[in-house]
Design a protein around this ligand. Structure first.
Ligand code: PAF
Length: 301
């Protein structure tokens, strides 16, 4: 086994809890940091092929100050408020690893964290938090990890830590390209499933699918300007594959709207619209979807 790594998971929601269990199972020293910051012990059970239980110390300042890796799995809009108060407690060598839907959250705070090695990752593993103590691994996936800054470039060993814990993980020095491709999928699936209150599979209905095609067309023009090589037909094919592979699932934005929680729209479609504007690209379908989600949020926030 690799040397055990001291890891704190910031934001043990579905994805964070999944990684916490698998990293601890692989022999790493894992602790959790939650919103309320009150020190406690938290048991988590993981239902995958077999059921197993793990105990974590939670909000332990000593573990936080000694962690080699802070694995940040809060939602994009929570990154700033969750991370900034913890910075004075971290060692300057602590590696920051961000895993969330959407883009732009790190850019907003990069000057405050630039002395840390920074990594970004995206995963297709499925996770469902069935209760506060129970996480279900709903689908095997793949993780891509890569550097956000030059210090992060020296931390390729984290790819091995992840892949030995929850296979498979690949190191990609061009992580931005992987993040853009995931963003493109989220732009096509998330707002439409929230607005139509449907499972991902509902997007194959022809009237809704027209909008999927239109979103992909606008997104692909932005990708081209960002030097992400992906043709319109390849993008549409990928989106259609995700729609059919996850036909029974409700997207994260559908769930956020259903439970009347703030969504990730600003970091998904909002980020896309910012880039479209910079490149002088009209993205009217994405703009309409953005406005509709903002309207929904206004009704419940
Ligand atoms: O946000 C989500 O729900 C997921 O990223 C995806 C790929 C759209 C599947 O539901």
């Amino acid at each position: 086994m690799d040397l055990p790594v001291n890891i704190t998971i910031l934001g043990p929601g579905a994805v964070g809890s999944l990684w916490a269990c698998y990293l601890q199972k692989a022999g790493h020293n894992v602790s959790l940091w939650t919103r309320n910051s009150i020190p406690s012990e938290l048991p988590l059970s993981l239902s995958a092929k077999e059921n197993s239980s793990y105990a974590f110390s939670c909000n332990n300042k000593e573990s936080l100050s000694q962690c080699d890796l802070l694995f940040i799995t809060v939602k994009a809009w929570q990154v700033e408020s969750a991370l900034l108060p913890l910075l004075p407690l971290l060692s300057k060598d602590t590696i920051l690893l961000f895993m969330h839907n959407g883009m732009g959250a790190i850019d907003a705070i990069k000057d405050q964290i630039s002395h840390h090695p920074i990594l970004q990752a995206t995963t297709t593993h499925g996770a469902l938090k069935e209760s506060s103590h129970k996480v279900k691994h709903t689908g095997m996936g793949h993780t891509v990890i890569g550097p956000f800054n030059s210090l992060g470039n020296q931390c390729q060993f984290i790819q091995e830590v992840l892949t030995h814990s929850l296979p498979s993980t690949e190191w990609n020095p061009e992580i931005k390209v992987a993040l853009w491709k995931k963003l493109a999928i989220n732009c096509a699936i998330n707002p439409l499933t929230a607005i139509h209150r449907c499972q991902n599979g509902g997007l194959s209905q022809s009237d809704i699918h027209q909008d999927v095609v239109q979103v992909c067309c606008e997104v692909q023009q932005v990708l081209q300007q960002e030097e992400v090589i992906l043709s319109q037909s390849e993008l549409l094919l990928t989106v259609n594959q995700v729609i059919s592979a996850t036909a029974e699932n409700y997207s994260s934005m559908n769930r956020d709207c259903f439970y009347q929680r703030k969504t990730e729209i600003d970091f998904i479609t909002g980020f896309l619209l910012q880039k479209a504007k910079q490149h002088g690209i009209s993205a009217s379908t994405n703009q309409t979807l953005y406005n509709q989600i903002k309207q929904l949020e206004e009704n419940f926030l």
